[in-house]
Design a protein around this ligand. Sequence first.
Ligand SMILES: Cc1ncc(COP(=O)(O)O)c(C=O)c1O
Length: 352
Amino acid sequence: MYYLNPSLKNLVRIFDQNERKGYLRLDLNENPGGLPQDFVKEVLAEVTPSMVAQYPETKHFSETLAEFLHTDIKHLCLVNGSSEGIRYIIQAFTSVHGRIVGVVPSYFMFQVYSEMYDREFIKVPYNEDLTMDVDNIIKEMTDDTQLLILLNPNNPMGNVYTEEEFEKLLRVAKEKQITLLVDEAYHYFYKGTFIKYALENAHVFITRTFSKLFSMAGCRLGYVVGWPEGVKMVQKLCTPHNTNAFAMMFAEKILQSPEILNALIDNFNEGRQYLLDSLDANGYAHKGEAGNFLFVKTKTDAPAIVSKMKADKKILIKSYPNVGNFGTCLRVTIGERKYMEQFMEALLELDQ
Ligand SMILES: Cc1ncc(COP(=O)(O)O)c(C=O)c1O
């Protein structure tokens, strides 16, 4: 008998990413400049036929990563991009019709996975002034809630949680036996982290990625951090050999090259400062405390600017509707200064 999972029929996914070649891509929070060309060449020179031919080995890279994070491999599960880890946590720690609480707007895949697996996603909205009140989250942490998803910092809002706020949420999560997932995809743009809670508590997970500051979105690599038994459950859901050898090779070299990591951070900071100063100088309101992206309130119609940027300037950005008192506004990825100059020049020309 033919069968089709009914949850998939109405599920909306966007598969248009492959038409972005030739554009300055400031729409998906990648690093537009990428890793230094010399570094890429140097790493690729070490690729051997057997490395291409064989299934990837994970032990060595897991140990390197564990050392970098000052932990042990029993706390880590490598995944094919952190979006894969998020999916497995939802699959393992929530049931059909299970209640998942998350803030909105946020990374859309939380809602996509909830729908895909027939979970109930409860949305906690931001305040009008774009702040997030943790008591609003706590109100939704009912006895039958199975998973709370937080992002620190949140994409696209860029806000962060203080240690005090996080501990308050953790106390309620423990009391009500709610698994807590903190997505730290943008961790390296912002130093605060709740990783110690994932290492010291059961039912707390952190997900991280090599796609953002590490500039490896094309390679697909991320990891889940948690308590050993929880990590084992996530591992059980992984496809065999889920992380590819090239991704681990690049990631290992970056972890072992502090100068590469520092240069990525310096370039980012310079680009961010330039963008903030230029927006201020030109009277633009903006929002985004942390992360490699900013919301910008435009003077004219934001979706029209997105279209014109694409058609006339070959620059990709996004617009978001209903962003509190910002209304419909732009979200732009922050990259090196030269890309921010390109963006600002286009914005000043088109937004009038
Ligand atoms: C908040 C957040 N989490 C996770 C991801 C997915 O990252 P990955 O490339 O590791 O799957 C993204 C990607 O944009 C993101 O914004």
